[in-house]
Design a binder for this molecule. Structure first.
Ligand code: CTP
Ligand code: MG
Length: 215
């Protein structure tokens, strides 16, 4: 089965406050370039979705390493645009904002998609959890934090997105849309390395880790 990586990278990075986040650099390399590099040699094609005003810049900077499409106003729209462009049988959706992705994780997700049709990387929650309003403790043992990559048979994810559009459903991840179709999603173990660069503190951490990762 052919496999495509779909990288939504069209966000404006409001919480980070440093302009479009995909162009923020770690050790001189942009998050966008790092996300593309993580898939090189692991998949048949790589697609990135970027803000329309930055698509020419992405084409130039990636120079043939990935195909570029215009992202949308939400992450979900950006993924939908990527899905319509790519034609591979399996798609792996991965946030440009998660720079530390190992080949072994990609392999685990692809294997789970081949077996089950849909798979998401998740990780156990380390912190205690409470409901803010009541202070009530929430048992964290059965809970998982959802990371990316998430992998799907392309036709399944396309059907999930089409249905979400018809019903005006919005989700922050693709597996939720597939579950809403009634299709189960296999869970694959992720890691702390897959944290998302969201806030300035996350960026400081990522910049401190990049030399270790690159070594
Ligand atoms: N994303 C996208 N299109 C959008 C919004 C987000 O492709 N319209 C992408 C981001 O570029 C990122 C991923 O979805 O790779 C996860 O989004 P997030 O971490 O929320 O990034 P931003 O939306 O850029 O950040 P913020 O919410 O702080 O503005
Ligand atoms: Mg966002």
């Amino acid at each position: 089965m052919s496999v495509a990586a779909l990288i939504p990278a069209a966000g404006s990075g409001v919480r980070l406050g440093q302009g479009p986040k995909a162009w923020v650099t770690l050790a001189g390399e942009s998050l966008l370039s790092r996300a593309v590099a993580a898939f090189e040699g692991c998949v048949d094609e790589v697609w990135v979705g970027v803000a329309p005003a930055l698509s020419a810049r992405a084409e130039e900077e990636l120079s043939g390493r990935a195909r570029v499409v215009c992202g949308g106003a939400t992450r979900q729209e950006s993924v939908y645009n990527l899905l319509r462009a790519a034609q591979a049988e399996v798609v792996l959706v991965h946030d440009a904002a998660r720079p530390f992705l190992e080949a072994a994780v990609i392999e685990r997700v692809v294997a789970a998609v081949r077996a089950h049709g849909a798979a998401s990387v998740v990780t156990a929650v380390a912190d205690s959890l409470i409901e803010a309003a009541s202070g009530r403790v929430v048992d964290r043992a059965p809970l998982r934090a959802v990371q990316t990559p998430q992998g799907f048979r392309r036709e399944l994810l396309l059907a999930a997105h089409e249905r979400a559009r018809e019903r005006a459903l919005e989700a922050t991840d693709d597996a939720a849309l597939v579950r809403a179709l009634g299709h189960p999603v296999a869970l694959v173990e992720g890691s702390s390395w897959l944290f998302k660069v969201t806030t300035p503190a996350d960026l400081e951490l990522a910049r401190a880790l990049a030399p270790l990762w690159d070594a």
